[in-house]
Design a protein around this ligand. Sequence first.
Ligand code: SF4
Length: 213
Amino acid sequence: MSSDAVERDTAASRRLRKLALDDEINSCRRCDGLNIDGVTASAPGYGCLTSPVVLVGQSLCEKCMETQIPFTEGSGDLIDDGIKRAGRQKENLFISNAVHCHPLKNRASHQHEIVNCSPFLHRELEIVRPRLVITLGRDAERVLRFFYPRARISALPFEAPRGRLPKGVPYIVNAKHPSWIQRQHDDALEDEYASSLAAAIRWSFGDAPEEAE
Ligand code: SF4
């Protein structure tokens, strides 16, 4: 099989596996009170299945439940800013959550919900196989540490890893959740956050770092 054919085959296989997984997430009833249509519904991970970077948040917000796109509006504006500064669009990346459903009033997720839902996130990561995972908040951080015990892990502000990374294991960068950043009402902090996200995203795509002014 030619390399083009292998690539097409891989892309098709990723799409099929993702569709089957989306069905499982949409019909999942593992957690009491979650995945109720229009109230606590789920959204599968969103975006490009060959993205070199995956962003993982905590759980689905109410607005995201409507759009079925994690990080829609609200604190997602800060994520959008980072993506735009990296010269990319949201659909170029893959974005998911530790908990795929919307907990009412954005309450913190219960431990059993994170445990129940983490296999879905793990399967999404196995489909996308990113070079970099950016965790946004403590739940995502803990889940990713569990998935990849051999991973090199750092935090924002972004620094490219030195030397070789373990094979088949993404580099993990832990970042605060953007809603925490917004709650500080500090424009300089928001600017630093978005610019650091952009630096991480650019690195994942193999783009040159932005020149300092
Ligand atoms: S949070 Fe995850 S495991 Fe729980 S019901 Fe929703 S999709 Fe299923």
